[in-house]
Design a protein around this ligand. Sequence first.
Ligand SMILES: Cc1cc2nc3c(=O)[nH]c(=O)nc-3n(C[C@H](O)[C@H](O)[C@H](O)COP(=O)(O)OP(=O)(O)OC[C@H]3O[C@@H](n4cnc5c(N)ncnc54)[C@H](O)[C@@H]3O)c2cc1C
Length: 127
Amino acid sequence: MERESMEFDVVIVGGGPAGLSAAIRVKQQAQAADKEISVCVLEKGSEIGAHILSGAVIDPIALAELFPDWKEKGAPLNTPVTDDQFLFLTEKSAFKLPTPPQMHNEGNFVASLGELTRWLGEQAEAL
Ligand SMILES: Cc1cc2nc3c(=O)[nH]c(=O)nc-3n(C[C@H](O)[C@H](O)[C@H](O)COP(=O)(O)OP(=O)(O)OC[C@H]3O[C@@H](n4cnc5c(N)ncnc54)[C@H](O)[C@@H]3O)c2cc1C
């Protein structure tokens, strides 16, 4: 049986935040070096973002490394965290406790990781 085949320089399996970021970085570095590199991202979901289930509070640190101008580019991180509360829940009431330092969310955003992944997919395609 003859199989159809396509050649790429880089093949990335999985179009989640990690795979798309890798694809974007490879294309950014190829552009910086004035080289043409073909990149293929294989995703098993029906579309990019379809199999991204979670993500509620997102730290934009890695996104800022990838796209320092992510705000101007319209990344879907629109709701900054303004307050953190750490509660101990009992059957009938709740006690407020000091928020542990590693659980503070200043600088983070309440967002959908699926939406952010779809946006990353558009950026990767554009590159
Ligand atoms: C319950 C829960 C809550 C979370 N909450 C947060 C949160 O609030 N904030 C936060 O920042 N992070 C959160 N995370 C973590 C976040 O979801 C992960 O860090 C992030 O999704 C990892 O990205 P990834 O690209 O490595 O993998 P994934 O997001 O798992 O992406 C992998 C992609 O590869 C595809 N794939 C897998 N196998 C194949 C294959 N064989 N062929 C083709 N495609 C394939 C999948 O369909 C998927 O699209 C949470 C995770 C969980 C489970």
